[in-house]
Design a protein around this ligand. Structure first.
Ligand code: ADP
Length: 188
């Protein structure tokens, strides 16, 4: 069955703390439960290996996205569902990876800056406000809001379960993943 699996890159973009990783992990769990081949490229982890040494200038951020996109493309064309979570603040860089990969689903994980800042999952907003971190997206670096995402999750207004269901429904409707035969009550 896996030999017939269609590859796709599901690209979660949004501010730090918007919920990209949280939604991605729950989607990953659901897809693995359905027996699909899944790989993850998480922005924070990628920066420790594949894109180690890159900083947060526009050039470096774009290079970060290009490299993630390169790996995602290789996996996608080999039938893997690739889940990418990365802030990816620039529209042009996102458009380029979309064009290169083809089978690409952009998920805009949308929460207002004030909510992300209040969550401050990693304590980074506090540091950015104090000037200890420069070029922090949303504070002193831009985030270009996706103009036409395939899926949008308002994590300040909906539950994690609702966001995950929206992503899965889109993947099913687009024919990338088979429809779940029976709902799995143990998953989010
Ligand atoms: P990111 O990967 O975008 O930086 P994280 O997933 O690490 O963000 O953090 C998002 C935080 O928001 C987590 O603490 C998560 O529990 C919380 N959260 C609250 N509501 C939601 C929701 N509906 N969807 C996703 N995350 C949510």
């Amino acid at each position: 069955m896996t030999s017939e699996q269609r590859g796709v890159t599901v690209w979660f973009t949004g501010l730090s703390g918007a919920g990209k990783t949280t939604i991605r992990m729950a989607v990953e769990q659901q897809l693995r439960h359905r027996g699909l081949k899944v790989e993850v490229l998480d922005g924070d982890i990628v920066r420790q290996y594949l894109t180690k040494g890159l900083g947060f200038s526009k050039e470096d951020r774009d290079e970060n996205i290009r490299r993630i996109g390169f790996v995602a493309h290789l996996l996608t064309r080999n039938g893997v569902v690739v889940l990418v979570s990365a802030i990816s603040p620039y529209e042009q860089a996102r458009a380029e990876v979309r064009q290169t990969i083809g089978d690409f689903v952009e998920v805009f994980v949308n929460a207002p800056l004030s909510v992300c800042e209040q969550r401050d999952v990693k304590g980074l907003y506090k540091k950015a406000r104090a000037g200890e971190i420069k070029h922090f997206t949303g504070i002193d670096d831009p985030y270009e809001v996706p103009t036409n995402p395939d899926v949008e999750c308002h994590t300040d207004q909906e539950t994690l379960e609702e966001s995950v269901a929206t992503v899965l429904r889109h993947l099913e409707a687009a024919g990338y993943v088979p429809t779940a035969s029976v709902p799995n009550p143990s998953l989010p």
